[in-house]
Design a binder for this molecule. Sequence first.
Ligand code: FBP
Ligand code: MG
Ligand code: MG
Length: 355
Amino acid sequence: MLEPNADHRAAPAITLACALEEWAGEDARRRDVAATISALAEGATELSRAIAEGPLAGDLARTLSSGEAGEGQKALDVISNDIVIGALKAAPVAAVASEENDAPVLLDADKPLLVAIDPLDGSSNIDTDISVGTIFAVFPRRDDIDAAEPAAFLQHGRDMLAAGYVIYGPHTAMMLTVGAGTWHFALDRQGAFRLVSADVKVKEGTPEFAINMSNYHHWDGPVRAYVDDCLSGRNGPRERDFNMRWVASMVADAHRIFQRGGIYLYPGDSRKGYGQGRLRLLYEAFPVAFLMEQAGGGASDCRGPILDLTATGLHQRVPFAFGSRDKVARVARYHLEPAGHGERSPLFARRGLFI
Ligand SMILES: O=P(O)(O)OC[C@H]1O[C@](O)(COP(=O)(O)O)[C@@H](O)[C@@H]1O
Ligand SMILES: [Mg+2]
Ligand SMILES: [Mg+2]
């Protein structure tokens, strides 16, 4: 047992810089990716300080403009965007596609990489001291298209070279993949990201789901059926009681799923502007899907793998389900075989529990 005054802190672990150095070696492409991730880490460290100051840094939750699907732009969205793009100017990045900019921001057309980024995910939570994050994806620059053109970013999910997110919570952490598994780092007080695990695995079998239940009446049949079957608990077809969580910061829901399993869903629904859900493919779904797959989890558009999609628009939305691989596969079965997936009892076959 720990003595009250015992030093129970873990020994300092390998830094992000060392991990990237070791991974990159002398490979020129890898060194560019590593430099880009380091620049993003520097931006995220600066941002974590501003977020930690909360109201002392000014009214960060001030709404500056309202978006088409209820995503108003907050002061901290703009600050975050300025910080991450500022940090990327020192990296080998030609252009950045950000949630906060209609068009790509050109940095240096000759540089070899592109970054797609959600500078601040979960911005509706800024004033409530709940975790928010930064989500990013690194792509190769194409030789055939000007990096400032949106088309330069319309790439296949499996073209991604690296992806990750930083979560600003009680502690700041980064989940990162360069295609060699999913790595977990935590930010120490001196400003260095230190390795927690280089082999993150998403558990299966955790009876927990995350979805905004207030949209129940807007969902289509397969999504209702999936959630109904969870809610029907040990007497329903899943034969166990389920727990539910919804942080309304995808990074926070993702981080929980990386620690203990479960599933996150933001499906399309019948509300205006939500036909393809809420999440953006390039800088929300693609990076989280890459992290999930590298950790043995799954990520789909409720039907097939997200990473098998090719982006068709810079700010394109996509229905999104991710988490434990067994659960993501089950969601797909409910969509692809709605009448005959054979796993739901007749009691639940025609009506939702709430309808
Ligand atoms: O408020 P809703 O509809 O439940 O949506 C919450 C979802 O929207 C998001 O906040 C979208 O991110 P942004 O804050 O970057 O717009 C997700 O992080 C979250 O899961
Ligand atoms: Mg977001
Ligand atoms: Mg955002």
